[in-house]
Design a protein around this ligand. Structure first.
Ligand SMILES: Nc1ncnc2c1ncn2[C@@H]1O[C@H](COP(=O)(O)OP(=O)(O)OP(=O)(O)O)[C@@H](O)[C@H]1O
Length: 267
């Protein structure tokens, strides 16, 4: 994607510190974070276990409070937003499978409209149009009346993507959206998300352990480690040695020339 100075930024953080506090004990997971998401870009958050990917996603989604610093959503401090404002600004999908087997695909996707429907959850004509559009965007129109339990893992994940698309928010967050999928489905979901960012102009932020896939499809990477968060395109982060530094192991190494991870076979 071509980024211009006029590209809109629906989310920014300023000197953000994230983590956990229990009583007087503070566990700061990441700090001094000045990050931004631009409209129409897909950003993949990668990094070793425990570096804080889920914590950052949860904090940006307003599920846990920053330790210090601020998060600006559409220029407004997240802390000042009502629950309704948040539901209209951002949508988060967590890894854990939701037990929704007894619901149809259509019903699940329609749940994305709940922030907008009246208290009886009655869909207007406009809601139904948005649900139909969301189903079409993930190519599940034909399966709308199927139960979720009747879908393959890849289709089920596409249904969950349609649900957040139906929420009509400029920001979409996914925690490991390819976690339970085989390789073809992992590729297909990542490509779908990258394409949706472009076609809808939404900002998509996801955490993943799929390093090589993320490196190939993301517009930008947030490379997290105990040294902080480095932001850049794959090429930039390869060129400045970030990958080699973060993913240093005696079991594998990163080859900057090929951009690939090499497993060190025992001799
Ligand atoms: N509820 C919690 N209370 C206290 N500390 C927590 C809590 N959840 C996570 N942590 C700690 O915060 C740090 C970051 O965890 P987090 O789950 O955000 O990492 P991650 O990068 O998503 O890891 P993974 O790749 O394994 O999913 C870890 O040290 C973890 O032990």
């Amino acid at each position: 994607m071509e980024l211009t100075e006029t590209t809109y930024s629906p989310l920014r953080t300023s000197n953000l510190a994230i983590g956990y506090s229990r009583g007087s004990r503070l566990n700061v997971v990441q700090q001094h974070l000045d990050l931004e998401l631009l409209s129409g870009e897909m950003v993949c958050m990668i990094g070793p276990n425990g570096c804080g990917k889920s914590t950052l996603l949860r904090t940006l989604a307003g599920l846990q409070r920053p330790i210090t610093g601020s998060i600006l959503v559409d220029g407004k401090n997240m802390e000042t937003l009502s629950a309704q404002d948040r539901a209209e600004s951002l949508a988060l999908t967590l890894t854990d499978r939701v037990e929704v087997d007894k619901m149809s695909v259509y019903e699940i996707v329609a749940m994305g409209r709940y922030p907008y429907t009246n208290r009886f959850g009655r869909l207007t004509e406009e809601d139904r149009t948005i649900v139909a559009e969301a189903l079409a965007q993930v190519h599940l129109e034909e399966k709308a009346q199927r139960y979720i339990s009747e879908l393959s893992d890849g289709e089920r994940q596409r249904a969950m993507i349609a649900k957040v698309l139906a929420q009509s928010t400029p920001l979409l967050f996914f925690d490991e959206p390819t976690a339970h999928l085989d390789l073809p489905n992992r590729v297909s979901i990542m490509l779908l998300l990258a394409q949706l960012a472009k076609t809808t102009g939404k900002s998509i932020l996801l955490s993943t352990h799929e390093l090589e896939l993320a490196m190939q499809v993301a517009d930008k990477l947030w490379l997290m480690s105990d040294r902080g968060v480095q932001v850049g395109t794959t090429d930039q982060l390869i060129a400045d040695g970030s990958f080699e530094n973060v993913f240093r192991s005696n079991q594998f190494s990163f080859n900057a020339e090929t951009g690939r991870f090499i497993i060190n076979k025992p001799s």
